[in-house]
Design a protein around this ligand. Structure first.
Ligand SMILES: [Zn+2]
Ligand SMILES: [Zn+2]
Length: 373
């Protein structure tokens, strides 16, 4: 993840001098999309592997192995040409995935497992450097469900990155800046401010916007496809965003998503609508040092459905961030417990989506980054 860490800011700075691309907002969802249409993501074809059996060969199964490798379930190796065989490695990856996502641990590609796999999610791996910190890596107690299959339960679910990186103890104020090439409106920027406030409310950390992009602690930008850090985005749905652990500060969002910046995303007729604040709150957790949690209610759970709003920190998130940074003396937990906002749609009267016009920009950035390398 630290690949090209030094080159990337240099590339961005250079690119900025060549091209400024405006973001555009449109006031409502397009009316030509019929309501109730199923979202289509890059992993939908995995549905065809439902019921596949170990020891058999299935056309395209290597794509599923690539998926599991990307998120840490199959170790990375110099030679990554996977076969289409349903082998032992895939079965082990499935079992670990099922533990992490509170599914029945069968090692089989059952319907529930593939439904979970196909959901849009954060691009940060669940298992980093082979260290399993979600359910599968914790001391667990097991109980039997009605099907006599094991489910895993742990008291605490939050995780931190290997080595527990965090921002320096004496640094209470972190600055953030938006990639100037995106030309975001104040409305969009305010969504991020709200997301930061959710974390500062439970700690003593403060977040301040600065216009000095190169000098900001946290750098936020929307990019398309391959944008120079070895973690290319994949178009609508699939991977939505990724962020780097402290003290890197990079926070990237897939410009190809249909980002909803205000209103009730759950009522959107756009099947691919993704709530911007929900994703921002999650990624800020990574920027501060939290990894993924197996607690489904937690902000740090890796997946989020389209048209879903999930912005309120769960107790698990609060425990995690306070483990790293301590508590906020003025926080008594009431916000988490009695917040009027619920995760999954909240009230709102207008729906605004962020149009994504940065394909040319990202292409240029990619070309320039490789040229500079
Ligand atoms: Zn994440
Ligand atoms: Zn990136």
């Amino acid at each position: 993840m630290k690949k090209q860490q030094l080159i990337f800011p240099l590339t961005i700075s250079f690119s900025l001098t060549l091209l400024i691309v405006s973001a555009r907002l449109f006031p409502d969802v397009p009316s030509w999309i019929p309501p109730g249409t199923l979202p289509v993501g890059p992993w939908d074809a995995f549905r065809n592997f439902t019921g596949c059996r170990q020891g058999e060969n299935y056309n395209g199964l290597s794509n599923l192995k690539n998926y599991f490798q990307h998120f840490g379930y199959i170790p990375r190796s110099p030679k990554s040409n996977f076969s289409d065989d349903f082998d032992d490695d895939l079965q082990e990856a499935i079992k670990t995935y099922q533990k992490n996502f509170n599914l029945n641990v069968t090692g089989e590609l059952d319907d529930m497992t593939l439904r979970q796999v196909m959901l849009p999610r954060c691009g940060v791996a669940d298992i980093i450097n082979g260290t399993t910190t979600m359910n599968a890596g914790k001391d667990t107690e097991t109980t039997s469900n009605s099907d006599s299959k094991l489910r895993f339960h742990t008291v605490s679910h939050f995780t931190v990155f290997p080595g527990q990186p965090r921002w320096p103890e004496g640094k209470q104020e972190l600055t953030y800046a938006f990639f100037p090439g995106n030309e975001l409106t104040e409305t969009v920027k305010s969504v991020f401010a709200t997301a930061f406030a959710r974390w500062s409310e439970v700690t003593t950390l403060k977040f301040t916007e600065t216009t000095l992009y190169s000098g900001a602690d946290i750098k936020i930008g929307f990019f398309n496809g391959d944008h120079g850090d070895g973690e290319p985005f994949d178009g609508s749905l699939g991977t939505l965003a990724h962020a780097f652990s402290p003290r890197n500060g990079r926070f990237h969002l897939d410009a190809a998503e249909d980002w909803v910046v205000s209103g009730d995303v759950s009522k959107s007729s756009l099947p691919t609508a993704v709530d911007l604040e929900s994703v921002a709150v999650h990624e800020i957790g990574h920027l501060l040092g939290l990894g993924h949690s197996s607690e489904e209610e937690a902000i740090m759970f890796p997946t989020i459905s389209s048209r879903m709003k999930k912005v309120v920190l769960a107790d698990d998130d609060v425990r995690g961030i306070q483990y790293l940074y301590g508590t906020n003396p003025s926080f008594n937990g009431s916000t988490v417990i009695s917040s009027p906002e619920r995760n999954i749609g909240n009230g709102g009267c207008s729906l605004t989506s962020l149009w994504s016009p940065w394909r040319l920009f990202s292409l240029l950035t990619f070309v320039l980054s490789h040229f500079l390398l």
